[in-house]
Design a protein around this ligand. Structure first.
Ligand SMILES: [Zn+2]
Ligand SMILES: [Zn+2]
Ligand SMILES: [Zn+2]
Length: 147
């Protein structure tokens, strides 16, 4: 995981590329996600920040998502969860998604397993003449509280 100033640098560069400004509210959203270290719902992001209206937070998250700063994880619950993209954090990982309560846990696999996974996926992709670059694999099931 990179430091907060690097996170802001990458976020700024990506927003500029998308012709967007890195406003104070967008910085606050990025900071909340960086501090959490786990995917958050909009309510969790806004927790003790009554200065950020929910509608404007949604708009800003959409801008950050379009710019490749924020990744939105769709779950079976009504509330999507948000985290910084791997391009921003430099940390590749997977997710455990609870289909009961919608909680999402980050999961890091051993390097060896990532390597095998990547090889297997790119081999299959090759056969479909598809140029694979990176993967996203989430495991769905029930969390400890819902089993
Ligand atoms: Zn659960
Ligand atoms: Zn994650
Ligand atoms: Zn992986």
């Amino acid at each position: 995981m990179v430091g907060l100033s690097e996170v802001h640098d990458v976020a700024l560069a990506r927003l500029r590329e998308a012709d967007q400004r890195y406003t104070g509210n967008r910085r606050l959203l990025v900071e909340a996600l960086a501090a959490a270290g786990a995917p958050l719902t909009i309510n969790e992001i806004l927790d003790d920040r009554t200065d950020l209206a929910q509608s404007s937070a949604y708009r800003n998250l959409a801008v950050l998502e379009d710019a490749g700063v924020v990744h939105r994880i769709v779950t079976s619950s009504d509330h999507a969860r948000f985290e910084l993209t791997e391009a921003v954090t430099g940390a590749h990982h997977h997710h455990l998604v609870c289909t009961e309560c919608g909680v999402v846990l980050d999961m890091t696999l051993p390097d060896e397993l990532e390597h095998l996974l990547h090889e297997a996926l790119t081999n299959v992709a090759d056969q479909a003449t598809f140029h694979g670059e990176h993967h996203r694999i989430d495991l769905l099931g029930q969390c400890a509280a819902c089993v």
